[in-house]
Design a protein around this ligand. Sequence first.
Ligand code: NAD
Ligand code: UD1
Length: 343
Amino acid sequence: MPKILATGGAGFIGSHVVLELLNSGYEVVVFDNLSNSSVKSIERVGRMSNGAPVFIEGDIRDGAALDALFEAHDIAAVIHLAGLKAVGESVSHPERYYDVNVAGSTCLFNAMLRHGVKHGVFSSSATVYGEPAPETMPMDEHVPTGPVNPYGKTKLMVEQILTDITSVGPGWRSLVLRYFNPVGAHTSGQIGEDPLGFPDNLFPFIAQVATGRRKILNIFGDDYDTPDGTAIRDYIHVMDLARGHVKAIDYLLGSKAVDNETPVVNLGTGHGASVKDVHAAWEAACGFKIAAQVAPRRAGDVTIYCADATKAKEMLGWEAEFDLAKMCEDHWRWQAANPEGYR
Ligand code: NAD
Ligand code: UD1
């Protein structure tokens, strides 16, 4: 079976993608500098799957390390997940984001060019849509982009770099996947999200309140123009997302993909849930009350973000299967079994 390189494959999304690739029969090489992850995720994936992934510790900004990898392994396609993803940090330290996300991706694409590796899937984010008007919901891929922070800008830049390289490289085919809000964990509870430090995002924060690591959930604003006043997002189970990557690789390596094209595909459920919906679903999953209070709005938050995922269904034959209850149950199983994450 073809061998797939997953940069950032030790991370939250990457570990689930690697597991799903292995269980679909692909061979996998993981390349990760472990700056935001643990090698334990890959060890566990190896124990849970049909075949263990090869793990190489390294940085995507290190061209020589990438050369050594591509010389040692005959890679059919790359799934490029490695990068920095904290919106707040990207505002205070934009240089890190341009260095790792933009320069690092360019270094990777140059190494692919040197070694004749012509297929790439890029982990982008719905955040590239910026602050679209609520009337544009659910958003398809034609909604104009307009990222409002350095993180989002780097994601859009890398989309454009990959698109341009693909457009002229003989035999090149790529895919950009724009994820909405990935949450949950593998249903075994063995692998999951393990944020270092203070969790910025809703699911990991609630998970830490549920285990007692944090005292109370702050609901950021209940005066939005939504049915219950709290903001709405399109949460997607990470295993649905992982399956979407296998479909993306199947597509790129199959007969339907077109040379020199880089389609952009939203991966979301198409269903929105409010912060209060999420809080209630977590209480149901845990079977106990989770302390919460209404707090002021968080700067930069939008009222509603929701995907139109029709293109993913038509082009990749993919659609999300898991609902909010399953996302909370699986996230909670992982967190309860691993209250300190991989540490
Ligand atoms: P993560 O931090 O868990 O995974 C990223 C991985 O990349 C980590 O294992 C980290 O160690 C590695 N990495 C970082 N810099 C590196 C470098 N210079 N060289 C090699 N490896 C490096 O994050 P995640 O949530 O799994 O996100 C994966 C990708 O998906 C990222 O590109 C992110 O921007 C994108 N994305 C994530 C979300 C989300 O909510 N989690 C949403 C949209 C898009
Ligand atoms: C965040 C990122 C976005 C990224 C996405 C991926 C920001 C500003 N945006 O989006 O770039 O693509 O994650 O998952 O960080 N909330 C609370 N209390 C909390 C935490 C969050 O009420 O303690 C609310 C937020 O106000 C928001 C919702 O929960 O309405 C979801 O928040 P979050 O999980 O941080 O995701 P996004 O803001 O959608």
